[in-house]
Design a protein around this ligand. Structure first.
Ligand code: PGA
Length: 256
């Protein structure tokens, strides 16, 4: 039987950010070394700010934390500030003091002239070699994607190259100064890669996520809503604000 995910609905997203930052800090205090899966986007930024605050106040020491990014655009120059690698470096890794040698991002992680398939396999290997992800931070896209696992994506998918969904490109258009400039391809951890994480912690905020949150948590589990596969995970916690949760138990049929 699929375990029921723990869903926490809060008035303010800051409460979720503080809860999750507290959990991460406690895990780091307990173990010293943990492997953390990092998400990008608007959703986790407040969480990273809160973690940075804990570090400034000497309540968090990330010197033994190992970090893995979920996904990356393909086709950008490595020093392009719009790469997820650049975003994660600036907004997370530097602020948290995660050491250079413990930072991993797909696409640029493995040097040399590897094929895409070899590059993806190498990323899977480096996650395994690190001992697997202890805690994966995750957002949900408007189309139900997790990382860049766009619909349809199968539950057994692994790190691979994907074509970006039109909604994903639309959402990224402002950052790229127009849809035409948004990359069409990306590399992403697969759904099975994400489900291998020991703990999965999901954040979703705002009314634009309400419909997809209802489908992911209340609709059928399958490739059309990649986030629905999360419900098969044994240690999943989801934080929503009231807006994101508003279609969850409304009694209205979940939209197909
Ligand atoms: P967002 O994206 O944080 O920019 O809303 C979430 C996601 O696509 O995972």
């Amino acid at each position: 039987m699929t375990p029921a995910p723990e869903t926490i609905v809060l008035d303010r997203r800051e409460q979720a950010e503080s809860d999750l930052a507290g959990e991460i800090a406690a895990l780091v205090r307990e173990r010293g070394r943990i492997v953390l899966g990092l998400a990008t986007g608007d959703t986790p930024t407040g969480l990273y700010r809160e973690l940075a605050r804990l570090r400034r106040e000497k309540l968090l020491d990330c010197s033994r934390v190992v970090a893995f990014g979920l996904d990356e655009y393909l086709g950008l120059e490595p020093d392009d500030p719009r790469t997820f690698a650049g975003w994660i470096r600036e907004k997370v890794l530097e602020l948290l003091g995660i050491p250079e040698g413990s930072r991993h991002v797909p696409a640029t992680d493995v040097p040399g002239d590897l094929t895409d398939v070899e590059r993806c396999a190498a990323y899977e290997r480096s996650i395994r070699d690190a001992g697997g992800i202890d805690l994966q931070i995750l957002g949900i896209g408007r189309n139900g994607h997790i990382a860049f696992n766009e619909p349809p994506s199968t539950g057994d998918s692994r790190t691979r190259v994907v074509q970006l969904h039109p909604w994903t490109r639309e959402d990224a258009a402002p950052v790229f100064g127009g849809l035409a400039n948004v990359p069409t391809r990306a590399i992403t951890m697969g759904i099975a890669t994400i489900l291998d994480a020991k703990r999965i912690r999901v954040l979703a905020f705002g009314s634009r996520k309400a419909a997809i949150v209802a489908r992911a948590l209340g609709g059928p589990i399958g490739p059309e809503v990649p986030a629905s596969f999360l419900r098969g995970h044994a240690d999943l916690r989801i934080w929503l604000d009231r807006e994101a949760a508003r279609e969850l138990h409304s009694g209205r049929p979940v939209r197909p």
